[in-house]
Design a binder for this molecule. Structure first.
Ligand code: ADP
Ligand code: ADP
Length: 217
């Protein structure tokens, strides 16, 4: 299956993508994770992306689209994939559509994770990310056994620079202006399904999986 997750920063896209991709045995492709790996690796792409990410702005489309094209051309993405954080605006969605058409395929479904702004701020403010494996935790909602240490790999947890209050507010504005129009774009294409993303992580996963099973039948 070829899937996209959309939703505001902090909606739980990364968290859900991990479970959904593993249930469906498809790769999870998160543009945010790929950019962050490039930033920590000090690559030219990372150096370019960092200034945009630190401000909470989108990295230019040209750069982002080229990166996604490379990733979607890899062997493991030929039978399906779950995109998390891409597309992030209508021009990216249009390029993705063309790109997939060139590959002789198309998206099957776009899941919109629906959650209100207050909850998004609570989720982002307590988000902690593992420096080694990238797994995401929350100080209150999903705490690791030992504060500051990743249960999965023992790595050090850190707060993302763009999860500070000022930047969070700006990212929410960027979402409303640039990313929210994707909901109408994909509704017009007839492939958008909204999923209530409130409540425990497992319940949200079950709701998403119920939608995907309905689609597969
Ligand atoms: P969140 O999980 O909070 O929604 P991400 O990890 O997806 O954030 O993205 C972090 C940052 O990486 C974004 O604020 C943006 O600067 C950059 N980024 C990620 N995906 C894209 C994209 N598709 N287009 C442009 N910039 C992106
Ligand atoms: P996104 O990728 O959409 O920015 P994340 O998956 O990184 O969102 O989740 C943001 C924060 O919210 C993380 O700290 C995560 O642990 C927490 N979180 C995710 N889903 C839930 C949920 N259903 N209830 C409470 N907290 C959640």
């Amino acid at each position: 299956m070829r899937l996209v997750l959309v939703g505001p920063p902090g909606a739980g896209k990364g968290t859900q993508a991990q479970f959904i991709a593993s249930h469906l045995s498809i790769p999870k492709i998160s543009t945010g994770d790929i950019f962050r790996a490039n930033v920590s690796g000090g690559t030219p792409l990372g150096k370019l992306a960092k200034e945009y990410m630190d401000r909470g702005d989108l990295v230019p489309d040209e750069v982002t689209v080229a990166m996604v094209r490379d990733r979607l051309s890899e062997d493991d993405a030929q039978e399906g994939f779950l995109l998390d954080g891409f597309p992030r605006n209508v021009p990216q969605a249009e390029v993705l559509k063309k790109m997939l058409a060139e590959f002789g395929t198309a998206l099957d479904l776009v899941l919109e994770l629906v959650v209100d702004d207050d909850e998004v701020v609570r989720r982002l403010a307590g988000r902690r990310t593992c420096r080694s494996c990238g797994k995401v935790w929350h100080v209150l909602f999903d705490p690791p056994a030992e504060p500051g240490v990743c249960d999965a790999c023992g790595g050090e947890l850190f707060q993302r620079d763009d999860d500070r209050e000022e930047t969070i507010r700006h990212r929410l504005e960027v979402y409303q202006e640039q990313t929210a129009p994707l909901v109408a774009f994909y509704a017009d294409e007839g492939i958008l399904v909204g999923v209530d993303a409130t409540g425990p992580v497992e319940e949200v996963t079950q709701r998403a999986m119920a939608v995907l099973r309905r689609f597969a039948d």
